[in-house]
Design a protein around this ligand. Structure first.
Ligand SMILES: NC(=O)c1ccc[n+]([C@@H]2O[C@H](COP(=O)([O-])OP(=O)(O)OC[C@H]3O[C@@H](n4cnc5c(N)ncnc54)[C@H](O)[C@@H]3O)[C@@H](O)[C@H]2O)c1
Length: 288
């Protein structure tokens, strides 16, 4: 399918790597004109060289003036802004509750929550004036469950989900839709970078990550950036015209739960403790 974003102007923050890069490329392939906003200048510029419909704008999303300038750049280049994807982010190593650093908390909230809020703030006047738009932010399964990421990161991602609902309701009258995507484990540089590797080193480890990610969730396939990009294209497109305030989970079934133990697990243990015949019970449950 192509042309799903024909005529639209989009911004993707964190567009130089991983999920953001996959989204820039899919947006472009679907007919959008795209501002790639990131702090990795060499990579951003190199991706922009691949198409006249992609422009790189150096943007540190922890700086409000950079966010405003990135929105202005879209309007100056192409006269409008239809889709804002608040996606830039990174993870820092986890710590036990009694060692959580206030500085780590502040950095994490600034990079994820404050940046998404300020992105929305500066996109609204443009989108309202033109009669609507779509804003998508990257949350995470870490914002849903308690065991999917570091503490500060998980708090930030949960906050993005609530910000999404708040903004969706407040901006609905302006036909500005606001949603988030919640990726599961996706092969990107984020894991290596969190462990101190350079971007190049982190990308060299993709094969290792892919081996792990195939077993990280019920679906036995590894998540890739394009899986999230497809969800963002949908939310950004007119196909989602009636969808707002939602968290679209794209995680291969991770948050749905774990498959039952084929050996019987706790059910079998319980039956044995109660003196029941587990195999006979199983046979009975199968019906006739
Ligand atoms: N990879 C996963 O499994 C996964 C799962 C859930 C959520 N996420 C989220 O997806 C988003 C994208 O991460 P990714 O996995 O593609 O990682 P990535 O490291 O491949 O890409 C992140 C990009 O954000 C950019 N960035 C970092 N700080 C920035 C700043 N201050 N200003 C502008 N850009 C900045 C980086 O330069 C990089 O290009 C993040 O919000 C992350 O938390 C990732």
């Amino acid at each position: 399918m192509s042309g799903r974003l024909e005529g639209k102007v989009a911004i993707v923050t964190g567009g130089a790597s991983g999920i953001g890069r996959a989204t820039v490329e899919l947006f472009e392939a679907e007919g959008a004109k795209v501002i790639l906003a990131d702090i990795q200048d060499d990579r951003g510029e190199a991706i922009a060289q691949t198409s006249p419909n992609i422009r790189y704008v150096h943007t540190d999303v922890t700086q409000e003036r950079d966010i405003k300038a990135m929105i202005d750049a879209a309007v100056e280049a192409w006269g409008r802004l239809d889709i804002l994807f608040n996606n830039a982010g990174t993870a820092e190593p986890d710590a036990e509750m009694e060692y959580i650093g206030a500085d780590v908390f502040d950095r994490t909230m600034s990079l994820h929550v404050r940046a998404a809020l300020l992105g929305i703030k500066h996109a609204v006047p443009v989108m309202r004036e033109q009669g609507g738009g779509s804003i998508v932010s990257t949350a995470s399964v870490a914002g849903i469950g308690t065991n999917y990421g570091p503490v500060c990161y998980s708090i930030a991602k949960a906050a993005i989900m609530h910000l999404t609902k708040l903004a969706a309701v407040r901006l609905a009258a302006d036909k500005i839709r606001v949603n988030c995507v919640n990726p599961g484990m996706i092969t990107t540089a984020v894991f290596g970078r969190a462990m101190g590797l350079s971007q190049d080193e982190a990308e060299e480890k993709y094969d290792v990550l892919r081996q792990v990610s195939s077993f990280a969730q019920p679906l036995p396939v590894g998540g890739e950036g394009v899986d999230i990009a497809e969800a963002v294209v949908y939310l950004g497109s007119d196909a989602a015209r009636f969808v707002t305030g939602q968290a679209l989970v794209v995680d291969g079934g991770l948050t749905a739960g774990t498959p039952p133990d084929p050996e019987g697990g706790t059910q079998k243990m319980l039956a044995e403790m109660l003196g029941a015949d587990f195999e006979a019970l199983k046979q009975k449950a199968r019906g006739s």
